[in-house]
Design a protein around this ligand. Sequence first.
Ligand code: ATP
Length: 217
Amino acid sequence: MDPVGIFGGTFDPIHYGHLRTAFELRRKLRLSEVRFLPNGDPPHRDGAIAEALHRLGMVKAATAAQPGFVVDDRELRRDGPSYSVDTLLDLREELPECSMCLIVGMDAFLGLPKWHRWQTVLKLAHVIVAHRPGWQVPDAGPLGELIKNRGTDAVDDLHSERAGRIYVHAVTQLEISSTALRRLIGRGGDPRFLIPDAVRAYMHEHNCYPLEKSRCK
Ligand code: ATP
């Protein structure tokens, strides 16, 4: 079986930066699927604005028409903080033989040494790092070392081994962030062409970002 892509995020809201990244990496890495996992209570950041149920609804709306995109709500069903290591342990039981590719943006990768049991993360999955605008690939420190020791440019390595490699890939740079979208919506702006129409429609229908709440973040 081809490797499975695992793409976690707050997705508050999901946008074309996420979707294009997943689409390009699925093709480039020959992933059987990309699983989108909206997180419940993210340990490294402030709480989300939209309710978990609606963040999940927006991810479903965004991915419904795309073959190979799968939504996985396990982190929302779990109590307590959403640690990637717990999710990967869970997935490993379901997919014992499968290569797993954890997709993160460069900003998230730079925080890897602070993740709960991050060394175990690398025993469970490869880490695929998507370049984001304005972020540099580390060439020194623990992450520089990690890239030196475990980095690969060969997609075949991600197929022949189940975990443990770091693969850095420049995806099309779309300077979109959920923070900027929430600010835009908070000012009464329209996120059209930054997010899929289906997400925009969902957002309006469920009033996911009431003006008074979005204004503060
Ligand atoms: P926020 O602005 O609220 O921090 P975000 O836009 O970074 O949100 P997240 O849900 O936190 O979105 O991101 C999930 C994952 O997607 C992270 O690994 C992040 O680095 C990555 N990501 C987010 N936006 C982009 C983008 N424009 N291009 C590539 N990767 C992205």
